[in-house]
Design a protein around this ligand. Structure first.
Ligand code: MG
Length: 380
């Protein structure tokens, strides 16, 4: 058995007020499409994931999902699925899951249930029982509809591929189907109802985007950074992004701002993105004498690109001289400016080492930092 997944992301509907088709709009810090793609790609029983896209949307899709396998869809959902399942058949699939990109949060347990049902059925769909009272009517209530036995149908829907291919190849309409299960059912195929999940709600309206953001737990991470530079005569002393008058300054390849370097490493640590040397190799001449605020800003940009937010930074500068106290507020303000962070989220401390060690002898300055960020985690 070879199981493929096909994500239908060919719609052109935009998030109200937004210019992007909604599958590219951010949900909880990531493009909507990337959530379900990641979930399906990580599911151990799925051999390959295809994405049905609107004609001309390949570059836009690859920008958020580099390496994704794309199939150009058609003018309707049905035609997009048809193109995707023919591509899956050509690649040897025998079972397929069809999933709507507008349902970003996909619990693995639902995929378990759908695939298990395919052992005994041609198709399977997750569904939730209807809880609200249902009514028919226009401006006036005409009839209350008995909700017993009624379900809201979700995706991913799973199929034996031969059954779904037959349904698509012989479909004559006249109405456009809203899902694939009804097409397989129309040919007499047996489609199992398995338990869906409220996490699978469609994200369509602006309020849905806000609700989806709130549904995603944010993960808190802290990481530390440490740095040392040598004090030498004839150098400027940059500390925490501030030029401080002193008889010696820090030497290094960049401006050697030990405080901003420690802070940059702490921020990079929160997203496990290596260290400052990974991003700005000292061997690269373009960083000679560079102002270190750009290193710090780069780390913050990487966190923002992950949907992260910096919650707090704490910096300790370790030296015998100069005295940091008189410059503390200036350093705090400068770091706040670089990171776009309010002063109450920035702590600046200083200590001596009682004239012990290299800092005590005034040969160098050390700095250590701790940063705490929150990142979009897995759906709660
Ligand atoms: Mg350094």
């Amino acid at each position: 058995m070879t199981t493929f997944a096909l994500i239908v992301a060919a719609g052109s509907g935009t998030r109200a007020g937004g210019a992007l088709p909604k599958q590219f709009a951010p949900v909880a810090g990531r493009p909507m499409l990337s959530w379900s793609h990641a979930a399906l790609a990580a599911y151990p029983g799925i051999d390959d994931v295809l994405v049905a896209i609107a004609p001309g949307a390949a570059d836009q899709t690859r920008a958020i999902l580099p390496g994704a396998k794309l199939v150009e869809g058609g003018a309707t959902r049905r035609l997009s699925v048809a193109a995707g399942i023919e591509a899956a058949a050509a690649r040897g699939a025998t079972r397929i899951l069809i999933h709507d990109a507008a349902r970003p949060f996909l619990p693995a347990a639902v995929v378990d249930r759908v695939l298990a049902a395919l052992d005994t059925h041609e198709g399977a769909t997750p569904a939730l029982p209807v809880a609200d009272t249902l009514a028919r009517g226009d401006a006036l209530l005409a009839e209350t509809v008995d909700r017993a036995g009624l379900h809201r149908i979700q995706t991913p829907q799973g199929f034996r591929l031969d059954a779904l291919l037959a349904a698509h190849r012989t479909w004559t309409g006249p109405d456009e189907p809203t899902d694939d299960a009804q097409m397989v059912r129309a040919l007499g195929g047996r489609v199992a109802l398995v338990q869906g999940d409220p996490m699978l709600e469609k994200v369509t309206h602006p309020a849905d985007f806000a609700a989806a953001d709130a549904q995603v737990a944010r993960e808190t991470r802290s990481a530390s950074g440490y740095d040392v530079h040598r004090l030498e005569a004839g150098e400027e002393l940059w500390l925490g992004g501030v030029l401080i008058p002193h008889d010696k300054g820090l030497s290094g390849h960049s401006d050697a701002d030990v405080a901003l370097h420690a802070l940059t490493d702490a921020l990079l640590g929160t997203i496990a993105a290596g260290d400052i040397g990974t991003h700005f190799p000292p061997s690269d001449p373009q960083w000679k004498g560079a102002a270190s605020d750009r290193f710090l800003r780069h780390a913050a940009d990487l966190i923002e690109a992950r949907g992260g937010r910096i919650g707090f930074v704490d910096l300790t500068i370790i030296c015998e001289a100069p005295k940091i106290g008189p410059h503390r507020e200036a350093i705090r303000a400068r770091i706040g400016e670089i990171l776009g962070l309010s002063a109450d989220r920035i702590s600046i401390k200083a200590t001596t080492t009682e004239r012990l060690g290299f800092t005590g002898r005034g040969e160098g300055i050390a700095a250590q930092a701790v940063a705490t960020v929150t990142l979009p985690g897995t759906p709660a």
